[in-house]
Design a protein around this ligand. Structure first.
Ligand code: PMP
Ligand code: GLU
Length: 398
């Protein structure tokens, strides 16, 4: 009998996919580095520099020797600032003990799933979903139950679809508004209807609100636990500084949860990573407590880009786009074009490959988000790049 390689992979790695968004971004970067004129609209990363006052705070922190381990759950001032900022913006009473600061919101999500899910538990994930949700859930042995939504409903989960997906094993619902990948923003009534079902079925809710400050046309993003009395007891809010302050590389995110869960996640983190980067925590503190004009400024730029992208995509025959109310993604439907089987292309993966090879535009296939037939375009890029990219998309489609 052939003996197993001593470094064979664990079962849990068997179905783990690499992040499709990061994989596409890496390919686009390599092509750009080789001298090709590639327009990268794959990854969701603000293209603005991190505001200067935030960078300065990090410099000061380094010089002041804030370069050592910090408490595992984050420095007290940052936990306090996140709690106070949440209370100021949502009216929800939040204590610093409910806040766990992590190495990015992706790590926060990993903490929540690891600390709450058991083998065989089911988590309802509306599709299209952000690529990492299903993989992070699967790592715990739990099962993501993908519930499709329709572009006609602006890709919002309808209460009856949620009800139908609930089984005896359902533990949790995962929501993301404003949404990555669709840019769609739920109203308070729409979320309230889902909250009622969560309460009735005694389910936990993870509300990914990382794009909460990036909404357009005067909309407000409603924080899920504010919707019903007592909802905070079953909800974990996930957020961070990556998108709001253009701080993706600093890796600071957080959870706001009931205290016992926060404590467990702090313990988990103390064993896994010790603490989030000390210098980045001081930078995040400056971001949250410092001047906020930068957020509004970036928001105005993103809204202009949203107008450009949504307008141009809608004008292409056979392309459908939902109502993009926030975040910086356009998730557009090209299924009519795929049905025509032009150049033998029938899937969005093949279509995105061809776009990259022939037109040098990097986009992400809808299949990576559990919604074949659609393509995601990040509009976190300059208007010039977006405009050139849209020219190429239009040329390729028509
Ligand atoms: N949630 C959503 C919906 C996202 O788009 C991202 C972006 N990467 C994250 C979480 C994680 O963000 P980060 O780890 O950079 O804080
Ligand atoms: N959230 C961004 C995106 O979806 C960043 C990439 C990632 O973290 O996977 O493109």
């Amino acid at each position: 009998m052939e003996s197993k390689n001593s470094l064979h992979l664990a079962h849990r790695m068997g179905s783990l996919e690499p992040s499709a968004t990061l994989a596409m971004a890496a390919r686009a970067s390599a092509m750009i580095a080789s001298g090709l004129d590639v327009i990268d609209l794959s990854v969701g990363e603000p293209d603005f520099p991190t505001p200067d006052h935030i960078c300065k705070a990090a410099e000061v922190a380094i010089r002041a020797g804030k370069t050592k381990y910090t408490p595992a759950a984050g420095i007290p001032d940052l936990r306090k600032a996140v709690a106070a900022d949440c209370t100021r913006r949502t009216g929800l009473a939040v204590t610093p003990a409910q806040v766990i600061v992590s190495n990015g919101a992706k790590h926060s999500l990993h903490n929540v799933f690891t600390a709450t899910l058991d083998e065989g538990d089911e988590v309802i994930v509306p599709t299209p979903y952000w690529v990492s949700y299903a993989e992070l859930i699967k790592l715990t042995g739990a099962k993501p139950v993908l519930v499709p939504t329709r572009i006609e409903d602006d890709f919002k989960l309808r209460p009856e679809a949620l009800r139908r997906a609930i089984t005896a094993k359902t533990r949790m619902i995962l929501l993301c508004s404003p949404s990555n990948p669709t840019g769609v923003v739920y109203t308070a009534d729409e979320l309230g209807a889902l909250a009622d079902i969560a309460i009735e079925a005694n389910l936990a809710v993870v509300s990914d609100e990382i794009y909460d400050q990036l909404v357009y046309d005067g909309r407000t993003s409603v924080s899920f636990p504010t919707l019903r009395p007592g909802l905070a007891e079953r909800t974990v809010v996930v957020a961070g500084v990556s998108k709001t302050y253009s701080m993706t590389g600093w890796r600071i995110g957080w959870t706001i949860s009931p205290e016992p869960l926060a404590k467990a996640m702090g313990n988990l983190q103390s064993q896994e990573t010790s603490n989030p980067c000390s210098v980045s925590q001081y930078a995040a503190l400056a971001a949250i407590t410092g001047p906020q004009e930068c957020v509004a400024e970036m928001g105005r730029e993103f809204q202009k880009r949203r107008d450009l992208v949504a307008g141009r995509l809608k004008a292409i025959p056979g392309v459908k786009v939902p109502d993009i109310g926030g975040a910086f993604y356009a998730f557009f439907d090209i299924s009519d074009h795929l049905a025509a089987r032009r150049n033998g292309i029938t899937t969005t993966l093949e279509w995105c490959e061809a776009m990259l090879e022939k037109e040098h535009v990097a986009l992400v296939a809808g299949s990576a988000f559990g919604a074949e037939g659609n393509v995601r375009m990040s509009f976190a890029a300059s208007e010039q790049k977006l405009s050139d990219g849209l020219d190429r998309i239009e040329r390729f489609l028509t």
